[in-house]
Design a protein around this ligand. Structure first.
Ligand SMILES: *Cc1c(COP(=O)(O)O)cnc(C)c1O
Length: 412
């Protein structure tokens, strides 16, 4: 459910026509819907009902300050994977006690920053990291709340680049080693071992892998409880899929209920870390057609957005629906929608049927709110796109378009 649709024949985000956005802000531009963000977040909160829980939005999906602030106002906590993301969520007014820090490669200074900020817990992913957190907490004369991220060895059945819960992946501590690492952590005087964490992958389209992972992790939890560990938090990660094309992902309540069913009798506070399922369908990438090029029997719609703006098609072969901003009668053509970057991998859609566009037309690349702007780069010395947030009939530029001067900042 999102608030992007046609009003008559003009494609709108809430009450704002994308045509107006292009006129006032230019293209390419990321367009976010505030109402959609809040609605998606509310669905998670409502699914948990009275159960103690935290919805920690996965900041890497979209780290724009206005997005973070909106979600904060909707009662979200945050999952961060770097010191930079921690800086962003604190800037956005996050309550540190609702922030968890995940990631296999936390640097010592990032650990210190998290401890100094007083975040809820660090999700620790290795033996070496346990030692590093102990060292940092001792140096600061504090105690570090931690969970261990365990790798439950379940197949998320998703794209190999975004599956994280199998033996061959770099993430988490193998389930078989987890008990020993908990016992070790308990011997470290500056650690407060308070949670258990897993995250098996992204764009999951069935609940089963999540449910299987939680079942495995709960077995470990019961074993630890019997051994007098006082764990209070179960973090089940994120990963719920969205509809890009024909996928039929489960609705968030179905996933939440499956988790609550598994963890029914435990007094644990449940934490989830959704990213894509909150912000994915709350954003589109607005782009303008530059040329319609016919070559060797193929048609290329050349637009002003490229792989540096939205990497997912090039990186994952991901599908994004593309809609005309002005709907009108037009012949259907089959075309590749490509950007200006000098790479054959630079495409937004391949072999796609679409209403024949003309140079100057605007297109909306759908479901671009997650892993869109956050994965953008300056490749080909392309300034990064503007970002705007719509609320009702109004919109705000929440990140101005980069300039050429921005491109050379910090260079001598
Ligand atoms: C990326 C990530 C998430 C969010 O995944 P989504 O598929 O966007 O919901 C949650 N937790 C961790 C640890 C992650 O790395």
């Amino acid at each position: 459910m999102h608030f992007f649709d046609y009003r008559d024949d003009d494609f709108c985000c809430e009450g704002v026509t994308l045509d107006r956005v292009a006129t006032e802000v230019g293209t390419p531009t990321y367009v976010y819907s505030r109402a959609t963000l809040l609605r998606h977040l509310r669905v998670f909160h409502e699914a948990f009902g009275q159960r103690p829980h935290l919805v920690c939005f996965s900041t890497k999906a979209n780290s724009n300050l206005a997005v973070l602030r909106t979600l904060r106002e909707g009662g979200a906590g945050f999952d961060v994977v770097s010191g930079g993301e921690l800086f962003r969520v604190l800037r956005a007014g996050a309550d540190p006690r609702q922030v968890v820090f995940s990631g296999v490669g936390k640097r010592p200074e990032e650990i210190r920053e998290a401890l100094a900020a007083g975040i809820l817990m660090l999700n620790v992913e290795s033996h070496g990291e346990l030692l590093e957190v102990e060292r940092a907490a001792a140096a600061l004369g504090t105690s570090a709340r931690i969970a261990l991220r365990v790798n439950p060895e379940v197949d998320a059945r998703t794209h190999p680049y975004i599956a994280t819960g199998l033996k061959q992946h770099k993430f988490g501590i193998p389930l078989a080693d987890a008990r020993a690492e908990y016992d070790f952590a308990a011997t470290l005087p500056h650690l407060e071992v308070c949670g258990l964490d897993c995250h098996i992958g992204s764009q999951l389209t069935t609940v089963q892998p999540i449910s299987d992972a939680v079942a495995r992790v709960l077995e470990l939890y019961r074993e630890l409880r019997a051994a007098s560990f006082d764990l209070r938090y179960l973090d089940v990660g994120g990963g719920l899929g969205i509809r890009y094309d024909t996928e039929q992902p489960p609705a968030p309540p179905a996933a939440v209920v499956a988790v609550m069913d598994r963890a029914r009798d435990e007094g644990l506070t449940l934490i989830c870390e959704p990213g894509r399922s909150i912000v994915g369908n709350a954003g589109v990438l607005l782009t303008r057609v530059l040329y319609v090029k016919r070559a060797a029997g193929k048609t290329f719609v050349v637009v002003d957005a490229a792989m540096n703006d939205l990497l997912r098609p090039a990186f994952y072969g991901a599908f994004h629906e593309i809609r005309p901003v002005q709907r009108r009668a037009a012949a259907l053509i089959r075309a590749d929608v490509v950007g200006p970057v000098c790479e054959s991998g630079d495409f937004l859609a391949r072999d796609r049927e679409l209403a024949e566009p003309h140079p100057g037309d605007l297109l909306a690349v759908m479901s671009a709110g997650a892993y869109g702007f956050t994965m953008a780069s300056n490749y080909n010395a392309r300034p990064r796109a503007a970002e705007i947030m719509c609320a009702g009939e109004d919109f705000t530029v929440v990140r101005r378009r980069e300039t050429y001067v921005d491109l050379v900042r910090g260079e001598e």
